[in-house]
Write a protein that binds this ligand. Structure first.
Ligand SMILES: Cc1cc2nc3c(=O)[nH]c(=O)nc-3n(C[C@H](O)[C@H](O)[C@H](O)COP(=O)(O)OP(=O)(O)OC[C@H]3O[C@@H](n4cnc5c(N)ncnc54)[C@H](O)[C@@H]3O)c2cc1C
Length: 297
């Protein structure tokens, strides 16, 4: 049965849009309905008109998503290239919409003389994804800077929420309501004299030396277990270079899995399972995926 979309949106939704075009692993089957809103009002109107029983999945830059080959039933809302306002609110606070790329936040904060925001340069996703994941890099974490968020629900209503309403931990954010998504946040930084652009370049160069940047990946596949590093455990289990289909464990950083060009989501998910099972057998440690796995097999 085909999902009915209100007539005012029918020419703008993309049906059966391959999600491989929207994920950094470049895999994933089709989205039944793919919608990229023009702005907040358009988004609210679309949500109000959406059938209440239809599943909704949000996607930013798809840099932490493994979409299965069968794709996603229901609606996919993409914030990429939209919801992109970024403004300075006060001496030390910034307002950013969910579709703003994290790297842009880093660059703009440096221009404004605010920090520490350099870590955002290491996260190749949107602010919405960073809020959902509590993304972090180089010792900084997204929610350390959140003063307030704006969310939208299935009925298109906006909510203003304080960080205290969320349970935030390492790469995990538990929201007070399951079907509310981030549309913007107010972020606080400190005043920093001088430019820190050189600092960003240094951090990115360090990262390039230790991670397979430029290859098709989702960054770290597993979260680090308490007191250890997933990469160390995977490497010590002899899994560097282990391959299934066209996917392999990176030789450069064992917690990265690379799609060499033709991998399917099945290859990637099998490889994730193999790494998890091997580490559990050899080290007795349970690894948990940081990557979100969604969709129909
Ligand atoms: C090369 C590489 C390096 C990486 N390095 C790091 C790193 O150092 N640190 C780190 O933390 N991560 C890292 N990542 C992972 C990834 O970039 C982050 O998790 C990022 O925050 C995901 O943002 P995104 O916009 O791509 O989200 P997506 O992958 O599109 O989505 C991730 C999750 O967020 C949800 N989501 C997206 N937007 C919204 C929204 N507006 N409201 C509610 N939910 C939403 C999605 O539904 C999904 O569940 C790396 C990835 C790559 C490819």
């Amino acid at each position: 049965m085909s999902l009915t979309v209100a007539p005012e949106f029918s020419t703008r939704v993309r049906r059966d849009e391959p999600l491989s075009r929207h994920t950094s692993w470049h895999v994933g089957g089709p989205a039944e309905v793919f919608f990229n809103p023009r702005d907040r009002n358009d988004l609210a109107a679309f949500l109000r008109a959406a059938p209440p029983e239809v599943p909704i999945q949000w996607i930013g830059l798809g840099s932490n998503l493994l979409v299965r080959d069968g794709g996603l039933e229901g609606i996919v809302i993409s914030t990429h290239g939209t919801l992109d306002a970024l403004e300075r609110l006060s001496e030390t606070t910034v307002y950013a919409e969910a579709g703003v790329a994290c790297a842009r936040i880093a660059r703009q904060c440096i221009k404004w003389g605010l920090g520490p925001a350099e870590f955002f340069a290491g996260i190749p996703g949107t602010l919405g994804g960073a809020l959902a994941m509590n993304a972090g890099a180089f010792g900084g974490e997204t929610w350390q800077h959140v003063r307030a968020v704006e969310t939208i629900d299935r009925k298109g209503r906006t909510h203003h929420r304080a960080p205290s309403e969320y349970r935030v931990s390492y790469r995990q954010v538990l929201a007070p309501e399951p079907e509310e998504w981030f549309v913007a946040a107010e972020l606080a930084f400190e005043r920093r004299a001088g430019s820190h652009a050189g600092e960003v370049q240094k951090l990115l160069a360090q990262r390039k030396a230790s991670q397979p940047i430029g290859e098709w990946s989702c960054g770290s596949v597993f979260t680090n277990p308490p007191g250890d590093h997933a990469a160390r455990l995977i490497e010590a289990a002899g899994l560097k270079g282990f391959r299934i289909g066209d996917a392999s464990v990176s030789q450069k950083h064992a917690n990265f899995i690379i799609n060499h060009g033709q991998a399917t989501a099945v290859d990637l998910e099998r490889l994730i399972g193999h790494v998890r099972d091997t580490v559990a057998r050899i080290h007795g440690v349970a690894l948990h995926p940081e990557v979100r796995i969604v969709g129909v097999p």
